[in-house]
Design a protein around this ligand. Structure first.
Ligand code: ADP
Ligand code: F6P
Length: 495
């Protein structure tokens, strides 16, 4: 097992993200605890359990205040108490401006290069700045409370300004940041108003190390710095930026999942029973079962997926009745119009397809429109003959890796958008361009027709690869890089 804890001897680990790993909710029968869906929480909770550090995040649950102390702190996971969660409280104006506004109406579409959804308002930007400052104060406070050294690890696009603020408060603190989503090239980044894109880049240059999912995003960042920050010197070959007497290192660190946990969930007796039930119901004889799992988000290519399936069933009557598709789609960011409209569109299209093609003994698409427990998901992944990930753009996409981890019978085919970070890492998937509906349809058909031997060969290769790049390998490689930079910084300070 990878052991990265030696990097943290005598060093307190402080992680900061917008989304918290556990939300306490007021339920009908008292307090409920839930884990919000999303790649960040799936990936980071297992690693935080081993660091015993502090996770600073927005307290978004309806009962969060009731269970936290006066600093907003609560031990988690509930009952296991492996690390501390420190909640930061946001009011409605903060949530609207910083989270819904600048993070999700401006940066999210911009970074995913889906600029028809891009929307900039000055009030969003101002609120984003004040909330970034507030989180920086919370992290600085956590660092002050520890006796030894501390390391701050910022997550994602919600906090592009936090490193610069934190640096001003704690100049010697080691600060690094993982950017979970794509980073756009200069021609897209420049759509932000003058001043804003420079401020974001300067904010990110407050980090000692800046981590991206794949090399292309790291290159895009360096190109943006070169184009928009005149005083910065960019060394593309070494992936280093010198700015204001400081150095920021940049690199690619593809995120992963807790592979063993997903395998264990998929092989549990409950999962086995679930697999048997699902296959009996949907995949008997020569019938096959497809699955997809996403937050309902316009980046995920859900309408394109529905269109590809509709085209297949329209053009190839022999494919009707031959396979059933389970859509596990959880509503997401429902306060935003673009997300609400999409959810309604998805539900309507599924109803229309089922009406058009369904028969008394066959429902083409089974829609599970909710957040499903991961052990249940593991059974569905294992039962499936194919999994479709059709993102129009995606930083990594962990669903693809979860499917591979759960495919312990090596029966399934992964159909994967070439516009995901995963497509650059996983070798063995059937790659698609989700904008090309006919090509997409042909890929589904070829997956359905693929021989058992070919499926096994591909899945075996993907599984072997995944075993050597788990979430623990990912954190190990980041901490290894961080500690070598820290070592070089101390040597420089002494000399
Ligand atoms: P993103 O970070 O954009 O949400 P990822 O594919 O990287 O995309 O991660 C999504 C995570 O959320 C995965 O761990 C997946 O299992 C989980 N998830 C997505 N949809 C659901 C759902 N309907 N129910 C439960 N978990 C979900
Ligand atoms: O992985 C990208 C990401 O934005 C995470 O930061 C986030 O937790 C996840 O998608 C889900 O989005 P949200 O936290 O806005 O529900």
């Amino acid at each position: 097992m990878v052991d990265f804890t030696h990097y943290l001897n005598d060093c307190k680990f402080i992680l900061v993200s917008n989304r918290e790993p556990y939300e306490h909710m007021k339920g009908e029968r008292g307090l409920d605890v839930r884990q919000p869906p999303g790649g960040l929480v799936t990936a980071l909770d297992p690693t935080m359990r081993r660091t015993h550090g502090t996770w600073v995040a927005w307290g978004s649950g309806t009962a969060d205040r009731e269970v936290s102390d006066e600093l907003g702190r609560v031990p988690v996971p509930p009952g296991e108490d492996c690390y501390t969660l420190r909640r930061v409280w946001l009011n409605d104006a903060d949530v609207n401006g910083y989270y819904h506004g600048f993070s999700n109406r401006a940066l999210w579409p911009l970074c995913h290069m889906l600029i028809q959804h891009f929307e900039y308002r000055t009030e969003f930007w101002e609120r984003y700045r004040t909330v970034n400052l507030r989180f920086a104060h919370a992290v600085a406070d956590e660092a002050e409370r520890c006796t030894g050294r501390a390391m701050a690890w910022i997550q994602d696009y919600h906090f592009a300004l936090a490193a610069e603020f934190l640096r001003a408060m704690r100049p010697a603190l080691f600060i690094h940041q993982f950017w979970h989503i794509p980073f756009p090239p200069p021609d897209i980044f420049t759509l932000l108003p003058t001043g804003t894109h420079e401020a974001l880049l300067r904010g990110l240059l407050g980090n000692d190390l800046l981590e991206f999912q794949i090399d292309r995003y790291a290159q895009n960042f360096l190109d943006c710095v070169e184009k928009f920050i005149e005083e910065a010197h960019v060394d593309h070959a070494r992936q280093v930026v010198n700015f204001r007497d400081r150095t920021t290192h940049v690199g690619a660190f593809p995120i992963s999942i807790d592979v063993q946990r997903f395998e264990q969930m998929a092989s549990s007796p409950d999962s086995q029973a679930r697999v048997a039930t699902l296959r009996e119901r949907y995949a008997k004889g020569d019938r096959q079962l497809g699955v997809c799992v996403d937050r309902i988000d316009y980046t995920k290519g859900i309408p394109e997926r529905i269109r590809a399936l509709e085209t297949l069933w329209t053009e190839s009557a022999e494919m009707r009745g031959r396979f059933t598709f389970i859509f596990v789609c959880t509503p997401s960011r429902t306060d935003l119009k673009a997300y609400n409209t999409l959810e309604a569109e998805v539900v309507q299209s599924v109803i229309a397809i089922n009406k058009r093609f369904g028969t008394s003994d066959w429902t083409p698409i089974v829609l599970i429109n909710e957040n499903v427990d991961s052990d249940l998901l593991a059974g569905v992944y294992r039962a499936a003959d194919l999994c479709v990930v059709s993102s129009l753009q995606d930083g990594m996409n962990l669903v693809a890796k979860e499917f591979v981890a759960c495919q312990i019978d090596e029966r399934g085919v992964l159909i994967l958008s070439r516009f995901t970070g995963s497509a650059e890492e996983i070798d063995g998937a059937v790659l698609i361009n989700p904008f090309n509906i006919d090509g997409f349809m042909a890929a589904i058909r070829s997956a359905l027709e693929m021989s058992a031997e070919e499926r096994r060969r591909r899945m075996h290769r993907m599984r072997r690869q995944l075993h050597s790049s788990t979430i623990f390998d990912w954190l190990d490689s980041i901490l290894d890089r961080a500690s070598s930079i820290m070592g070089a910084q101390s040597a420089h300070a002494v000399a």
